[in-house]
Design a protein around this ligand. Structure first.
Ligand SMILES: [Zn+2]
Length: 310
């Protein structure tokens, strides 16, 4: 049975005020995810329609607009169900909604793997390009009637990654959809061509100052409440960045080349071998740490292209 054929009876819906969480298979484990429907008096918006939404296609309400937290394949695999309504994404991820080539460029995928990746995005994730997709920016506020959605630009995972603050006025009525700020033990992912470590740190810092009771990740972890519990998880999650950097500094007590850094594994566990994808993620992620350590003068580049602490 493919993911798009998951029985809708296996999937859990949960209503919190005007928000309905459409939990995906295994709590939104990739390739699925947890989507959100927000229903106001005037309109209904779906955020990140994914494979679990496809499984529910016979019992979905009328949807007026589709919001995307960013243009990764798992966040838009149900968007094709809504071809006649406007789609939205942040401008920095717009290219990924407009064309497959745009999405490949965001990932930084090139070479022989491109054809296979494009085929997977098309067949398993129902990719439908939308050249006429709309954009939103940080702070944009959508009034659905009795409930608002505010766009929070929280870049890092991708350049245009956004979270959404859903507010229906009651004390308990504030809900944040965190998307791929996942709060997992793996830690923040900033290994794509369009990712940024520095932006990810700023986004984590910003979320600490937002007041809401409910916090939902797109994958795995799902729903967190109250805010104190979320803040604890966010602290641990952000701490993974510091831990990667600390371990890199320890490793650079001896001069090391970039290939040695990649082979050592800082993002994935030592010994994880999964071809180019893992190597590329390690290389991009740790190059971002190295860049700022070089800038601050903590690490120097030696004549033989190796690096060490000062
Ligand atoms: Zn993503």
């Amino acid at each position: 049975m493919s993911r798009s054929e998951i029985s809708p009876d296996q999937l859990i819906d949960r209503e919190i005020g005007p928000v309905t969480i459409l939990f995906g298979h295994e709590n939104g484990k990739y390739p699925d995810g947890n989507a959100v429907l927000v229903s106001g008096a005037h309109e209904t918006i779906i955020i990140d329609p994914c494979l679990g939404v496809v499984a529910r296609k016979d019992r979905l309400p009328r949807v007026d607009r589709v919001f995307h937290s960013h243009a990764h394949e798992d966040h838009l695999s149900g968007s094709h169900l809504f071809p006649d309504v406007p789609w939205y994404v942040h401008g920095e991820d717009l290219a990924g909604l407009q064309s497959l080539d745009g999405m490949m460029a965001m990932y930084g995928v090139e070479g022989p793997g491109v054809g296979e990746f494009k085929k997977m995005v098309t067949t398993q994730f129902n990719y439908l390009p939308r050249e006429d997709a709309h954009t939103f920016v940080d702070g944009d506020l959508y009034d659905l009637g009795g409930v608002t959605i505010e766009v929070l630009h929280t870049p890092g995972h991708t350049g245009g990654h956004c979270s959404f603050l859903i507010d229906w006025g009651a004390t308990e009525g504030r809900f944040v959809f965190l998307s791929d700020i996942e709060l997992t033990g793996f830690g923040p992912y900033y290994g794509d061509a369009c990712s940024s470590l520095v932006s990810f740190e700023k986004s984590i810092e910003r979320l600490k100052h937002i007041d809401a009771r409910w916090w939902l990740t797109f994958h795995h972890k799902g729903l967190f409440e109250p805010r104190e519990h979320f803040l604890l998880k966010l602290e641990q999650y952000g701490g993974v960045i510091k831990s990667r950097e600390r371990r890199l500094l320890e490793f650079l007590a001896e001069p090391r080349s970039m290939d040695e850094i990649v082979a050592h594994r800082f993002v994935y566990r030592p010994g994880v071998v999964d071809g180019n994808m893992v190597d590329n993620t390690e290389r991009r992620s740790m190059a971002r740490h190295l860049e700022r350590l070089l800038q601050s003068g903590t690490v120097i580049a030696m004549d033989d292209s190796r690096y060490r602490i000062v």
